[in-house]
Each structure stands twice: as C-alpha cells, then as structure tokens.
Design a binder for this molecule. Structure first.
Ligand SMILES: Cc1ncc(COP(=O)(O)O)c(C=O)c1O
Length: 371
C-alpha cells in the first residue's frame, strides 16, 4: 500500500522578510489588458511615449549574428558611452539590468540582518521591498505636508549606528519635486550610504554626480528606461567613487545586461540629440498638463520636475475609482495612488505623454469632473 508522505510546508524555509513582502507589479493588469492597444494612452507607468532612437533599430540588426555569444561582463563599451555622457571616468560607473537591479544589488552589498535603512514616504515601493529582502529594518519618515518636502531634520535624527542606507529620490517619485542640494549635502554629511535615485534626471537636469568626488558615501542611480525610451530593454547604471564601484562589481551577477541591451544602449547614447529632443517635448507636455490640470475644479496637481504629475482629487463628487474608470473608457490609463503609504486621500499620477494624449486626457477630465 502506498504510504502517505506529509511534506513540510516549504514556506517555512524562506527568510521571514521574504515571506513578508509582496511581489512588485503595480500596473500589471493594465499592462496585460492593454498590451496591444496602440489606441490607448499609457499614462500610468512613467514610460516614454516615444519609440527608441532609429539608431537602436540599426544596432539590433547589426548585433543579431552575435546573439550566441556572452556579453563582455565588464561592459566596457557601454561604460565608455556612459562616461562620455556623464563626464565621469569609466571606473566610476557600474551598469545593471535596470536601476531596479541596482537597488537590489546595493541592498545586498551593504545590508546585514538588523541594519537600518531610512526611507521618506510616499516613495517608489521597490526600495522597501529590496531593502527588506536584504534583511534591513526600514525607518519610514513622512515627507512634510503640504508639498511633501523631505524632512531632513527627522532623517538626521534617526541616523543611529545601525543605519546603513538613506534613500533620496531626485526628482522624487511620486511627488516630482527636487530636494535642494544643500539639504542633500546635509544628508550626505551623516556619513551613511546615500542612494540618490536619479531615474528622472533628464527631465530636470539637476544631478548629484558632481558631489561624488567629495562624498565617498554617495551613489547616484540612473536609467535608460525614461528619457532614452528603453524601459523594456532594462539598462540602468550607478555613479559613485572607485572604491564603491569596485565592491559593487564583486556583488553584481555576471552577464546581467544582455548583449542586445548593451549594444542598443550604446547606440541610444550616441543619439543624444534624439533623447534631448524627446526630453524637451516631455517638459513642454508637463507644463501644459500642469497648467490645464490646475484649471479643473476639484483637482490639485503638484509641481513636478519629472515625466509625471501627481494629482490630488479634492472636493470632487466622483471618487477616484470612477475617475480612473472614466479615463479608461476614454482610452487613457493612469495610476491610482489613493492611500499609498505616506499619502492620505485620493490621488492619481499621470505620466506625461504625446501632445495628442495629453490633450485627450485633459478633455476627458473636464468632461468627467465639470459636466
Ligand atoms: C524612482 C524610480 N527609480 C527606478 C525606477 C525603475 O527604473 P529601471 O527601469 O531602470 O529599473 C523607477 C521606475 O518607475 C522609478 O520611478
């Protein structure tokens, strides 16, 4: 007779903090439902509405015969292209599979179980997940209302000998504002590792890479997902001093960026005119959206230096879910940020898109809220 074997529940083998976090897939359903709907305005995920540079397509074709090869795991060619772009030597640059991977890599490289990391909320949820999985306790400091500035005094008060990492997003996500450089320097003066996420750098132009020489504890994260229209290819990079980069290289998985992604990224970096032109269009679109959103009764947009605008729904007879659905019926997808950690109340975040999409979005909001 067959014996019944009772297997132990495998979940008990996982670290408690792995069991505790959720998988990250914020706009997953929208992405699946509207994957092939080119008539829909994708204003929910802070992607670029523009296709990649035509040079990217050429590079894909040229690279095709090499797909059977491993990439150069030092990614020298890509780091050289990034060096030309950033003005920093290649030894100050590490590349990875999107800046999301760098958040994970930095968390794993620095955090030991029980260390502390300081986040300012609301923020990009990936930090909490990656830092927690690495074993960090998370201290969450609410940003200061009404305009959600970083509470630098409280952040500095919370720095204990257990503190390893402070996260600063500049421009911030989801607010879109930029912490002043003097405040950032005060945080850097704490001596703790400061991860400055500059995913939206190209839409504001204020970076912190010039501070790397002075501050050994500074790591700037950048990406080709936004201004370079390459979110699907997954290419990010970090800028820091040589010592930090050397250790991060030891912690980085080999061959993490595919050969295709590397070649395509190099091609995109060589067409700066295209990327700069697109960033200018996004900034124009952002100004248009902010001005028009400010005119709609019941909406409060927050000034932004990124490629999105956070909007508070105030005194509206329509709950945010209805607004979201109404926009969807008009072919516009936005991100519902209601009651996100650190935000009380109803919010949507609108990614700046093409001129036509932006106009369509404003028209739909007028119809929903003012008819
Ligand atoms: C603040 C911030 N950092 C990083 C990322 C992700 O960048 P990547 O595509 O390079 O992983 C995002 C994406 O929305 C973001 O908002």
């Amino acid at each position: 007779m067959e014996r019944l074997v009772v297997m132990p529940d495998v979940s008990r083998f996982f670290k408690p903090y792995v069991r505790e976090v959720e998988a990250y897939n914020p706009t997953g359903i929208l992405r699946v439902l509207y994957k092939d709907r080119s008539d829909f305005a994708r204003m929910m995920g802070n992607e670029s509405p523009f296709p990649p540079s035509p040079k990217v397509r050429e590079a894909m074709n040229v690279t095709f015969p090499q797909f059977g090869w491993y990439p150069d795991s030092s990614y020298f060619e890509l780091r050289e292209a990034l060096s030309t772009y950033t003005g920093l030597p290649t030894s100050n640059i590490i590349v990875a599979n999107g800046s999301t991977e760098l958040i994970d890599l930095i968390s794993r490289a620095f955090i030991e179980t029980g260390d502390e990391s300081i986040l300012s909320i609301p923020t990009y949820t990936v930090y909490r997940m990656r830092l927690r999985v690495a074993g960090s306790n998370i201290l969450e400091i609410p940003k200061l209302k009404p305009d959600f500035k970083y509470d630098v005094n409280t952040i500095l008060r919370k720095v204990s000998p257990k503190a390893k990492i402070i996260v600063v997003t500049r421009p911030d996500n989801p607010i879109g504002n930029v912490i002043p450089e003097d405040d950032l320097k005060r945080i850097l003066d704490s001596g703790v590792i400061v991860m400055v996420d500059e995913a939206y750098y190209e839409f504001c132009g204020q970076g912190a890479a010039h501070l790397i020489e002075k501050y050994e504890n500074l790591i700037c994260l950048r990406t080709l997902s936004k201004a370079f229209s390459l979110a699907g290819l997954r290419i990010g990079y970090a800028l820091s001093n040589i010592k930090v980069i050397k250790y991060l290289e030891r912690a980085r998985p080999a061959f993490t960026v595919s050969l295709l992604a590397e070649k395509v990224a190099v091609a995109a970096m060589k067409d700066m005119e295209y990327a700069r032109g697109n960033a200018r269009k996004i900034i124009e679109g952002r100004d248009y959206l902010f001005k028009e959103l400010s005119k709609i009764r019941g909406l409060k947009p927050y000034p932004s230096e990124a490629n999105f605008i956070l909007v508070k729904i105030e005194n509206s007879r329509l709950p945010v879910g209805k607004i979201e659905m109404g926009l969807m019926k008009s072919g516009i997808l936005v991100r519902n940020y209601t009651d996100a950690k650190g935000l009380q109340g109803e919010y949507i975040r609108i990614t700046v898109s093409t001129k036509e999409d932006n106009i369509r979005c404003i028209k739909a909001l007028h119809e929903l809220l003012e008819s």
